[in-house]
Ligand binder design. Sequence first.
Ligand SMILES: Cc1cc2nc3c(=O)[nH]c(=O)nc-3n(C[C@H](O)[C@H](O)[C@H](O)COP(=O)(O)O)c2cc1C
Length: 361
Amino acid sequence: MYSWPSRSGIMAGNSFGEIFKITTFGESHGGAVGVVLDGMTPGIPISKEEIQVQLDRRKPGQSFITTPRAEPDKIHLMSGIFEGKSTGTPILMILYNKDFEPGAYENIKEMFRPGHADYSYFKKYGVRDWRGSGRASGRETSARVAAGAVARKLLEARGVKVIAYTKRAGGIECQTFDPEAIEKNPLRACDPVAAEKMLEVISKVKDEEDSMGGIIECRITGVAPGLGEPVFDKLDAEIAHAILSVGSTKGIEFGAGFAAADMRGSEHNDQMDSQNFLSNNAGGIIGGISTGNEIVFRVVVKPTSSISRVQMTRDMGGVTKEIRTIGRHDACICPRIVPVIEAMACLVLEDHYKRQAAMLA
Ligand SMILES: Cc1cc2nc3c(=O)[nH]c(=O)nc-3n(C[C@H](O)[C@H](O)[C@H](O)COP(=O)(O)O)c2cc1C
């Protein structure tokens, strides 16, 4: 029907992890999204409610700057849990889509939204699922958050704590770190004063039919030294893979990160005494293996691509067109990405704990 593409690809790459492994399925405007979680430890008490707590942090409609799409994101536990405990068999979790409006995309179904995955998906598969964003939708990440909640439970028993927050958004940087403030402001920023300024800037940008991005920081405490595999499965490489698989993330840095470029070795080296590391410029991982120091990384989130401002694009016939993405989108995705970053970090760590245990067995 269409002149391009010349060949069609298959859609692999829906699974992540080695022993503790997830496979996600579903589209933003299809019947449901969900996840199969394999490699679960048997006998662990898991309730729907504790998974729901994490999903509620990611769900749309939480504030003025996030999409008003009214998805309840209610979790359905279909298998792998019996009498409140994991059986060790695959856990299937489903979230039915309730508030899908494919009609809202009808007027742009022949056009590619700039900055979104429409064009690249079409070039690869030769199929245009114009209802929302298909697999490239942020909605897919609700399945990851559900699985991440299970991983978090296992990690908590190991004494591992994972926390992420908005460090920067709308060009405003947090100046203080107040963990209590994070869940109390719509940006999930760690500085309540900066959060107010961020909200002001992003609200203005939204009124101008535009969007903004930011930086999410993640801190992980309690990780034992020794996690991570040389050479290709280094812990930092696997975390980077997990994080950069989340839509709209454009970069990651560990510890001192890109600032290391201007530091001297004498400044950057994390010296030790008999008790502790004296700094944490490595971000808790050296040689791809955890040191026992806090794992710290930061993630760049791009400005939301769907904006209602008029932009140039092309249609499926290759003709230049003007497009306005009128719909329900986040003016800044940062607060909704925070629980997704935590979930992906939890999934990588639990997988590596299980890989370590398998190696020692
Ligand atoms: C939780 C979440 C919500 C998102 N919401 C939107 C949105 O409302 N509008 C949009 O254009 N992109 C949104 N995205 C980003 C797109 O999924 C992403 O930009 C797209 O898949 C292209 O991938 P890339 O930006 O990583 O290249 C969201 C992503 C996440 C993780």
